[in-house]
Design a protein around this ligand. Structure first.
Ligand code: ZN
Length: 455
């Protein structure tokens, strides 16, 4: 009982494009057949289209419930689907309550269930009050635990000091849980605090690379002591790349991600007062960006995620252009793939590498072995992408609750023409067919050798 066959000359299978017919049955890929076996009623890709696995974004702030005026499950998952993303994992803040215990997770799940057009999983939070109780939230199905090492920006999600970081790693090591870390050191930030203003480089000086390297060294020390697992979120400082590379060579169980905004923007091109570009850690200079690209290509950085962190326009533009006052977070969920692909193309990096960082690598990191790949047995989550189609991003096409983004007005190459979830096309304005995910029984987020392999 085959439901549908999707056929085309360029289907991404095992990290390479080839002609294929993807046979779908009951929401899963039954097999990937030679193109000539495609039946007459197969759905055919257009000549300028490629078929990709649905993207997996493991770093998204949906903010519902509690700050639903910033974003929400319906708007976030619709924007994701418009961008080819078929799975997201939601961060434990800035919703209220934050996802720091099983009761709060139940509240989150109840919010997400009726509204999500793609599949959704959840991170838990490691905050001072949840230490000592992390196992219960792990058993309830979160994919791991997020902590901050410096103030998070919201009062209900306090950061862990050095002693509590060590306590969290000790606690997680007992059940091989994963700690995902916002790695900026608070003392370095205090030492570099400045008056701010509308000039982006002054904001960058207030959050120097040293803040990231100091915090990452603390995490690596903890891994060396406990043998545990940790992941460095939104790496911006290229100065930290050698630390992570050496830690992996040493056998420490660490992975790292970066984000499209660090790969496509640089501080010299951010206009004065343009606080839609504010994020923490900040966007640094072009030389730093080159080193992040090199670290992705050599596997030191494992994956690319949006860190979609929206707010209302009032908060994003609070302070009338003062970078110290505006909300820090970039809305990028809908355009991550074309943004990074546009820059990759300029740099001579092939599309199959880029897609791997957004799909196979993120899925493996989360242990979602039936996601992020076009293969027999995988979920039939797919994206149709026209990689050479030019596109200028207009605010009116944004599906976020707040039509604010650093990407508005930018000229990109590559358009997502359609997204499939479990074997059916997603209707962006239709039924919410997304499923809630819990952490798979045997975590796939293991040593880094596997996740640095191109898809
Ligand atoms: Zn984040």
């Amino acid at each position: 009982m085959v439901d549908v066959v999707i056929a085309g000359d360029r289907v991404l299978v095992d990290g390479a494009f080839r002609p294929a017919a993807v046979v779908v049955e009951a929401g899963r890929i039954l097999r990937v057949a030679p193109l000539h076996e495609a039946p007459a009623d197969a759905i055919r890709l257009a000549d300028d289209e490629v078929l990709l696995p649905g993207l997996v974004d493991t770093h998204v702030h949906v903010n519902e419930p509690g700050r639903t005026e910033w974003e929400g499950f319906r708007t976030a998952t619709t924007a994701a689907a418009a961008g080819g993303v078929t799975t997201l994992i939601d961060m434990p803040l800035n919703s209220i309550p934050p996802t720091i215990d099983p009761a709060a997770l139940a509240v989150k799940r109840a919010s997400a269930a009726p509204s999500s057009v793609i599949d959704v999983g959840f991170w838990g939070g490691a905050v001072p009050d949840s230490l000592g109780h992390l196992r219960a939230l792990w058993d309830a199905g979160v994919f791991g635990f997020k902590c901050f090492l410096a103030p998070s920006g919201v009062d209900e999600f306090p950061h862990l000091d050095r002693e509590r970081l060590d306590a969290a790693l000790d606690e997680l090591a007992a059940f091989d849980g994963l700690l995902i870390v916002h790695a900026e050191d608070p003392e370095v930030l205090v030492r570099h605090a400045n008056a701010g203003g509308p000039h982006y480089p002054a904001f960058v000086e207030s959050r120097p690379e040293e803040a990231e390297t100091t915090a990452i060294e603390a995490v690596l020390d903890g891994l060396r002591r406990t043998g545990g697992r940790a992941h460095i979120l939104h790496l911006s400082a290229a100065a930290a790349v050698p630390l992570i590379r050496a830690a992996k060579a040493e056998g420490l169980r660490v992975t790292a991600e970066t984000c499209p905004h660090y790969l496509v923007f640089d501080e010299a091109h951010i206009p004065d007062g343009a606080t839609q570009y504010k994020c923490c850690p900040p966007i640094r200079d072009a030389a730093n960006q080159d080193l992040l690209w090199a670290a992705l290509l050599d596997g030191t950085i494992d994956l690319v995620v949006s860190d979609h962190s929206p707010s209302t326009a009032e908060r994003k533009f609070a302070g009338a252009g003062d970078f110290q006052v505006a909300w820090g977070g970039i809305s990028g969920l809908q355009f991550g793939l074309p943004a990074v692909w546009t820059e990759a193309r300029r740099r001579g990096v092939p599309l199959e590498r880029v897609v791997g960082w957004f799909s196979r690598s993120t899925a493996d990191f989360a242990g979602l072995t039936t996601k992020g790949r076009i293969a027999a047995g995988a979920d039939a989550d797919l994206a149709v992408f026209a990689p050479e189609a030019p596109h200028r991003i207009d605010a009116t096409e944004l599906r976020y609750r707040n039509r604010v983004s650093a990407y508005i007005g930018h000229d990109l190459v590559g358009v997502v023409r359609g997204t499939w979830l479990a074997g059916s096309p997603i209707d962006l304005d239709g039924e919410a067919r997304g499923r809630l995910l819990t952490r798979p029984a045997s975590p796939g987020a293991t040593r880094t050798a596997s996740s640095s392999t191109p898809s």
